[in-house]
Design a protein around this ligand. Structure first.
Ligand code: ATP
Ligand code: MG
Length: 192
């Protein structure tokens, strides 16, 4: 099997994430793609208020519930503490010893990946798929990978940061994230 690992804070999950995942799955001929919800993303720790991981996971779970081959992964939440992609890759390697693993990242994450904990060891554990993201150039060198697959996706200038600001400003969320998630945000007062 070809298995994709698409990590993120998903605070909240939005259409940009889903379009990225669907297209990475298709172009990489992935049998499964796991959306791995970060417990504590070390880059964002202390920088801003984080929505509880379980809430972020619940929204991801609902968003992918009707998508074949999509899995909402709680592996980083169960592990607890700060979330490091290296640990997640080791977990997947143990769980799927005979399968092909593909780490899936957007261009912004690809550019930053050399700062990630034990990033230079990632290429021993998996392959890499990079999806385009508006506003970010594709890097010409990524850590220790000799090559990777680039997947051009429809440019959607959507970020969780912008969505959280939209809630604060009272601007519309329509069509930027799944309708059930919009309703959940309004009903619970999330991001207000
Ligand atoms: P934040 O603004 O809080 O950082 P985000 O929208 O960047 O949120 P993340 O959870 O940080 O979302 O991203 C998870 C993964 O999804 C990353 O690999 C990121 O590059 C990718 N991604 C997020 N939004 C898009 C998008 N609009 N197009 C392509 N890739 C995206
Ligand atoms: Mg981000």
């Amino acid at each position: 099997m070809n298995i994709g690992i698409f990590g993120g804070t998903f605070d909240p999950i939005h259409i940009g994430h889903l379009v990225a995942a669907v297209n990475a799955k298709h172009s990489g001929s992935l049998d499964e793609i796991h959306l791995v919800v970060a417990n504590i993303p070390w880059q964002k720790e202390g920088v801003r208020h984080l929505t509880p991981a379980q809430t972020r996971l619940d929204l991801v779970r609902q968003a992918v519930s009707n998508l074949k081959g999509f899995v909402a992964s709680d592996t980083e939440i169960r592990r607890g503490g700060r979330s490091y992609t290296f640990d997640t890759l080791v977990d997947f390697r143990k769980r799927y010893p005979n399968d092909n693993l593909y780490l899936v990242v957007g261009a912004d994450a690809a550019i930053e990946m050399h700062t990630w904990e034990r990033g230079e060891e990632f290429s021993d554990l998996c392959n890499l798929i990079v999806v385009t993201r508006p506003g970010f150039e594709m890097p010409d060198k990524i850590l220790t990978w000799p090559s990777w697959k680039t997947v051009e996706i429809p440019s959607l200038d959507i970020s969780s940061t912008d969505l959280r600001q939209r809630v604060k400003d009272g601007r519309p969320l329509d069509f930027l994230l799944p309708q059930f998630a919009i309703e959940f945000i309004y009903e619970t007062g999330l991001f207000r």
